[in-house]
Ligand binder design. Structure first.
Ligand SMILES: *Cc1c(COP(=O)(O)O)cnc(C)c1O
Length: 425
């Protein structure tokens, strides 16, 4: 469910025609819907009902301050993976006591920042990290709240680049090593064991891998109990998938029911770190067709958004539905590659896609671009990154402006030895 719908052949974002926004802000641009973001959060939160739980929105899926503020107002916490995300989450008004810090490579500096802020807990992913965290906490005269991220070795049946809970992945600790980590933390006065964590992957379209992972976590909690280690928070990570094309992921209610069922006999506070499922279908990317081009073997629509704006197709061969913003009736359908201006063969938004023959100057909407869209954008080919626009009913707001050429070179400097007139030796 989302609020990007056609009315009389025109794509609307909530109450505004998308082409009107395009006229004002230019293309390409990301467009998010407040009503959709809010709805997704509420549906997900409600699905867990009266079960004690905390939603920690996964900031990396879409980190715009306005999006974070919207979730903060809904009562969300945050799952962060860097000092930069901590900075954003705090700036957006997410309370530190609702922030969990994930990631395999936290630096001592990031640990210090998070400890000073007073976050809920660190999801620790290695013995080395645990020892470093202890040292940093000691140097600040603090006690670091920790969960150990375990790697349950469950196949999430998703794209290999977004599988994270298999033994061969870099994430989490196998159960034997995790036990060592807990025993280490138990004895360390600068560490306080608060929870256990796992996150097995992203864009999961079945409930069973989550249940399997949860069962392994539960069995491990019993083992910890025998060691006198009590677990207060069980963090099951994120990963619930969305519809991009013909997937049929379980609705949040079904996902929640399966988890609630497993947790009946356990007294823990459940933490979830949803990302994609909250923001994915709440955002689209609008791009303008520049040229139509035919080669002896292929047809191409060349558009003004490229892999620097939306990396997912190039990176994961991800599928995004593409629709004309103004429905063009009576146009023949063609099979085309929709490609960007970047000098890379991998620069495509769609391959061999059936589309009506849209003309140069017309707009296309790349659907389901709200998650891992703008956040993965870059300046490759020295392209200023696109703006992000948030629609609220019949109004729109620029929540990140289009980058200028000036911004492109901000921070760069030509050293003096190159500015001198003399020839280089
Ligand atoms: C990326 C990530 C998430 C969010 O995953 P989604 O598939 O977007 O829900 C949650 N937790 C951790 C640790 C992550 O790395």
């Amino acid at each position: 469910m989302h609020h990007f719908q056609f009315r009389n052949g025109e794509l609307y974002a909530e109450e505004i025609p998308v082409k009107e926004i395009a006229r004002k802000v230019g293309t390409p641009f990301y467009l998010y819907s407040t009503a959709t973001l809010r709805r997704h959060f509420r549906v997900f939160d409600k699905a867990f009902g009266s079960l004690p739980h905390l939603l920690c929105y996964s900031v990396k899926a879409n980190s715009n301050l306005a999006v974070l503020r919207l979730f903060a107002k809904e009562g969300s916490g945050a799952d962060i993976v860097s000092g930069g995300e901590l900075y954003r989450a705090l700036k957006a008004g997410i309370p530190p006591e609702k922030i969990v810090f994930s990631g395999v490579g936290k630096t001592p500096k990031e640990m210090r920042e998070a400890l000073k802020a007073g976050i809920l807990m660190f999801n620790v992913e290695s013995l080395g990290e645990l020892k470093t965290l202890s040292k940093v906490a000691r140097s600040l005269g603090k006690v670091a709240p920790v969960a150990i991220r375990i790697n349950p070795d469950v196949d999430p049946k998703t794209h290999p680049y977004i599988s994270t809970g298999l033994q061969k992945n870099k994430f989490g600790l196998d159960l034997e090593t995790a036990l060592k980590a807990y025993l280490f933390a138990q004895k360390d006065p600068h560490l306080q064991i608060l929870g256990i964590d796992c996150h097995i992957g992203s864009q999961l379209t079945e409930v069973s891998p989550f249940v399997e992972a949860l069962r392994r976590v539960k069995a491990f909690i019993k083992r910890l109990d025998r060691e006198g280690i009590k677990i207060r928070y069980l963090d099951l990570g994120g990963g619930l998938g969305i519809v991009y094309g013909d997937e049929a992921p379980p609705p949040p209610e079904e996902y929640a029911q399966a988890i609630i069922e497993e947790l009946k006999d356990l007294e823990v506070i459940l933490i979830l770190e949803p990302g994609r499922v909250l923001v994915g279908n709440a955002g689209i990317l609008i791009t303008r067709v520049l040229y139509y081009k035919e080669t002896p073997v292929k047809k191409f629509l060349i558009v003004d958004a490229g892999m620097n704006d939306l990396l997912r197709p190039a990176f994961y061969k991800a599928y995004h539905e593409i629709v004309p913003v103004s429905l063009c009736k009576d146009r023949p359908n063609i099979i085309v590659d929709v490609v960007g201006p970047i000098c890379e063969t991998g620069d495509f938004l769609a391959q061999d896609r059936q589309l009506p023959l849209v003309k140069p100057g017309e707009l296309l909407a790349v659907m389901s671009a709200g998650a891992y869209g703008f956040v993965m954008s870059s300046n490759y080919n020295s392209r200023p990154r696109p703006p992000e626009i948030l629609v609220h009913r019949d109004q729109y707001f620029v929540i990140r402006k289009r980058e200028s050429y000036n911004r492109l070179v901000a921070g760069e400097k030509i050293p003096t030895f190159l500015t001198e007139d003399s020839k280089l030796e």
